[in-house]
Design a binder for this molecule. Structure first.
Ligand SMILES: Nc1ncnc2c1ncn2[C@@H]1O[C@H](COP(=O)(O)OP(=O)(O)O)[C@@H](O)[C@H]1O
Ligand SMILES: [Mg+2]
Length: 288
């Protein structure tokens, strides 16, 4: 934030309950009139977004439109210059460092690059959020790590490998296991399938789908991969002109008359991905 700018009177959330609410009675994410500025550059202006419990909400937008910065706002890693970001009902820009740390235990984040510690084994990478809590006994940590490895289809034989020994797909799985190790209710994914080949990408999508179902997660994902987008999203939010210009299920969002939406969804790749979606919907209907 620019220290020289006068504090804005509209900054922050309106007074209200603002208590941690994990039962789904308030939106999991509630962003109101958000402005994000870096110096004089305005990245978000009057941005509104609500995400309900159990959704897989995907955020799309051109390169540099502020998707990653929006995730960072939800994680409390950036501060709004105006407006309000509430997660589980709490105003996270008001949370002090200690409280933010507690809040962080309720969500997991998969960064674009996987972001594993290169000097730590697979096991230690996944264990690290539990170790940071400093209160959990060793055997509980071991069981939790092995359980999460199993959940993401990584056998125990990989526990002592180093990140440099892993394929791109495995790095994503380790990072996902780490994001899940504290059993969060909310999972953030930034370009989860970027850099994976189509097969690995498809199996990662299946994995997210089954974890979403089994763990009752709310998922907030940034992706430009159309197959991932169509296969997973319950709704899609389109970021353009510094705010969310449309938010709706896939079928409705693609009908919105906006140049970015036309170019992104209705080009050749978009059409192919939509056909694939239709086919898989047909297939699952026939199975029922
Ligand atoms: N810490 C920062 N300081 C200054 N500008 C930043 C910072 N982080 C991001 N930006 C700018 O904000 C804009 C949005 O970035 P980003 O959210 O990373 O875009 P994307 O939609 O591609 O993820 C870009 O113009 C970027 O240069
Ligand atoms: Mg980005």
């Amino acid at each position: 934030m620019d220290e020289n700018l006068p504090a804005d009177e509209n900054c922050g959330c309106p007074d209200g309950e603002g208590k941690l609410t994990l039962d789904g009675s308030v939106p999991v994410v509630q962003i109101t009139n958000l402005q994000t500025k870096f110096g004089r550059t305005v990245v978000h202006q009057d941005l509104n977004l609500e995400i309900e419990q159990g959704e897989i909400l995907s955020i799309v937008g051109g390169s540099g439109t502020g998707k990653t910065v929006l995730l960072r706002q939800m994680l409390g890693l950036e501060r709004p210059s105006k407006g309000c970001v509430r997660i589980f009902g709490e105003d996270i820009s008001e949370a002090n460092a200690e409280h933010l740390q507690q809040l962080r235990n309720h969500w997991g984040m998969l960064f674009q690059q996987g972001a594993l510690y290169s000097a730590l084994t697979v096991f230690e990478n996944i264990a690290q959020p539990m170790r940071e809590l400093r209160v959990l006994p060793q055997d509980l940590i071991r069981d939790a790590v092995l359980l999460k490895m199993n959940m993401v289809d990584l056998g125990p034989e990989h526990a002592n490998k180093m990140p440099s020994d892993l394929s791109g797909g495995m790095i994503k799985r380790v990072a996902l296991a780490r994001a899940l190790v504290l059993e969060p209710k909310l999972l953030f994914l930034d370009e989860p399938t970027a850099g994976l080949d189509p097969d690995r990408s498809e199996s990662f999508v299946k994995l997210i789908k089954s974890l979403h179902r089994e763990l009752g997660l709310t998922v907030v994902m940034v992706t430009h991969d159309l197959d991932t987008l169509f296969a997973l999203s319950t709704r899609i939010a389109v970021l353009a002109e510094k705010h969310v210009i449309a938010i709706a299920p896939t079928r409705e969002v693609i009908k919105v008359d906006h140049p970015f939406i036309k170019e992104f969804f209705l080009g050749d790749r978009g059409k192919r991905a939509l056909e694939a979606l239709d086919e898989s919907n047909e297939a699952s209907k026939n199975k029922e």
